[in-house]
Design a protein around this ligand. Structure first.
Ligand code: FEO
Ligand code: CA
Ligand code: CA
Length: 585
């Protein structure tokens, strides 16, 4: 979600020129990228099978991969033609790629339900492991643009909040959350199977339970999920959807110096019609595709969760990484103490300077006992607890992925305007002894955004079957394509790849350019590696008058821009994934 306006844009432009004067330039070259990605060093920590069968993850191995001379020759010749930065209002693709829209905002997905707005995270689970062309697609719906969704236009009124209605809020609440949609590939095109009984919407009104032994604000069943940004998948084939900027909808409880709570109102004002406690939001939510039942995992903490990336240890205990996408917030990991549990265990926060995971454990941390009543309160106020323990302030930690070949953990640090970090970077974490439940780690910058590397503001990450790193950018719509400022040269948001093999290895290559104002999100590979599912989120977001939108993608007859999930296919994806098809020895 965007969180900047014209004032922020001015501050950024000013800061940018100050920054330029400093002439601090980080030099990275493609050789470094490859050595930073790392050789096969995963050792005993081979990735679990659940990450292999569901796409979005390469086949990991600690064994030597034998590659036939023919394949090596083809890889060596694989030349990828990069796209130039573009501000064209279209989804532009590099040669060798095609796309088709699978489902867009407003499309019927069943007799009662429609696809929601601003799709972000996508994730696909095949119905049958032997058939990669038929399965359930989960899609997050992060937030709504009220002009399009409920017809509320704050620019029309002097006192806009006086014109809000329950009917508007109801429409907005329906259009966030997530969708489960069965999709099937027919003659090379993915189509929604509309009559599948598993198709359903999860919305801001769907009741769900708390996976915790104590009620929160008097409830163990709460109403709805929203702000669903990125997510993850579990070894038991359920979806994880993460509540990010939850304070936009029901506000937040803040604490004065004397410890008194006070309510900070939300920007959408939903709490005026539905006074649900802010403490019911800001969690990782698990959805079971079988019946749509959902639960919130309290033990993973409460903050602006971007994603939740799981690793299953050999003894079936779970490690869950998650970042708090806000300036100067933190990186977390939860390590369960029981197999398959997202409830019993310890939540840690990273001190990246010292390379330590710090336990947010009320029982054993006197400083937490002094401030909070119990562990439940620590988890509700995770950000405060993290700071008490000395967590490192990071520049908006967003998506997290585990490199299937090296076992390193990659974290997007999108940017931090307040610290003159306009272009962000990708952080690499190496857990001690390649153990994901280690309490110490090393860090380094894998690559920095900026003119040198041709991208800015990295957000979602995905490794493909061959260990190539794909990532999207998230420059704010209010700052892209401005005459002055740090983002002009990059033009529209895009998707990039860093090939791991062949002629182009280590280069940052722009493969897909987004329509105007949009952000590409949720990259996820089909299990056969032949399709990249991708969300096109908030095209036309800078529109002031909906009769004259800034984007008309996906070019429907009504001319209204619509967020949509697309399938990216083509020879290029298949070639890049071909190492996956080889047998390891
Ligand atoms: Fe919703 Fe951090 O992006
Ligand atoms: Ca994101
Ligand atoms: Ca983002």
């Amino acid at each position: 979600m965007k969180r900047s306006g014209p004032l922020a844009a001015k501050i950024v432009v000013l800061s940018y020129f100050l920054f330029k004067k400093m002439k601090r330039k980080v030099e990275y070259n493609r050789r470094k990228f490859i050595s930073f990605l790392g050789k096969a060093s995963i050792g005993t920590a081979v990735l679990p099978p659940f990450l292999l069968g569901c796409g979005n993850m390469a086949a990991p191995t600690n064994k030597t991969v034998k590659i036939s001379p023919k394949v090596l020759e083809r890889l060596g010749k694989l030349a990828i033609e990069a796209l130039s930065p573009s501000n064209e209002d279209d989804l532009l693709l590099a040669n060798g790629l095609d796309y088709h829209v699978i489902v867009r905002w407003g499309d019927e997905i069943g007799p009662k339900d429609h696809f929601g707005f601003n799709n972000d995270f996508t994730c696909f689970i095949p119905l049958n492991a032997d058939d990669p062309t038929d399965g359930l697609l989960w899609v997050n719906h992060e937030y709504v643009d009220r002009k399009f969704v409920s017809g509320f236009d704050s620019n029309k009124y002097e006192n806009p909040e006086a014109h809000r209605t329950r009917e508007q809020v109801d429409k907005e609440m329906y259009n966030v959350g997530g969708s489960i949609v069965r999709i099937k590939q027919i003659a090379g095109k993915w189509e929604v199977v509309k009559d599948d009984p598993r198709n359903r919407r999860i919305t801001a009104k769907t009741p769900m339970t708390l996976n915790w032994d104590h009620p929160i604000k008097g409830a163990s069943t709460v109403i709805g999920t929203h702000s669903n940004c990125s997510g993850g998948i579990t070894p038991w084939n359920t979806f994880l959807t993460c509540e990010e900027n939850y304070d936009s909808f029901f506000g937040e409880t803040e604490y004065l110096e004397n410890g008194q709570p006070q309510h900070r109102p939300s920007s959408y004002g939903w709490e005026k019609f539905y006074p649900y406690p802010p403490e019911h939001y800001g969690w990782v939510v698990e959805v079971d595709p079988k019946d749509g039942s959902a639960q919130k995992h309290i033990a993973i903490g409460r903050y602006a969760h971007e994603c939740c990336t799981l690793y299953e240890l050999a003894d079936k205990r779970i490690v869950a990484y998650s970042g708090d996408d806000h300036n100067d917030e933190h990186l977390y990991k939860f390590v369960s103490s029981k197999p398959g549990s997202l409830k019993y265990g310890t939540l840690y926060v990273a001190n990246t300077d010292a390379g330590k995971w710090l336990p947010l454990d009320w029982e054993n941390q006197p400083a937490l006992k002094e401030r909070f009543k119990n562990q439940t309160e620590v988890l509700i106020r995770t950000r405060e607890a993290a700071k008490i323990l000395g967590a490192t302030a990071l520049n908006r930690p967003e998506d997290i992925e585990i490199d299937p070949i090296s076992g390193n953990v990659f974290v997007s640090l999108t940017n931090n305007y307040d610290k003159n970090d306009f272009h962000g970077s990708i952080l690499k974490i190496t857990e001690t002894d390649s153990k994901f439940d280690a309490l110490t780690f090393k860090t380094s910058t894998f690559m920095a955004g900026g003119a040198e590397n041709g991208f800015s503001c990295p957000d979602n990450l995905a490794f493909d079957m061959a260990g190539n790193l794909w990532f999207t950018s998230d420059m704010s719509g209010s700052m892209m394509n401005k005459k002055e400022g740090p983002y002009r040269a990059f033009k529209n948001n895009s998707l990039f790849v860093v090939p791991r093999h062949g002629k182009e290895q280590g280069k940052v290559i722009r493969l897909i350019s987004a329509p105007n104002d949009a952000e590409l999100t949720g990259p996820w590979f089909s299990p056969d590696g032949k399709t990249l599912f991708l969300s096109v989120q908030h095209p036309g977001e800078q529109t002031i008058d909906i009769a004259h939108p800034t984007s008309t993608w996906p070019f429907d007859e009504d001319g209204i821009p619509k967020p949509a999930v697309v399938a990216i296919t083509g020879d290029l994806i298949e070639k890049m994934n071909q190492l996956h098809l080889l047998k390891s020895s």
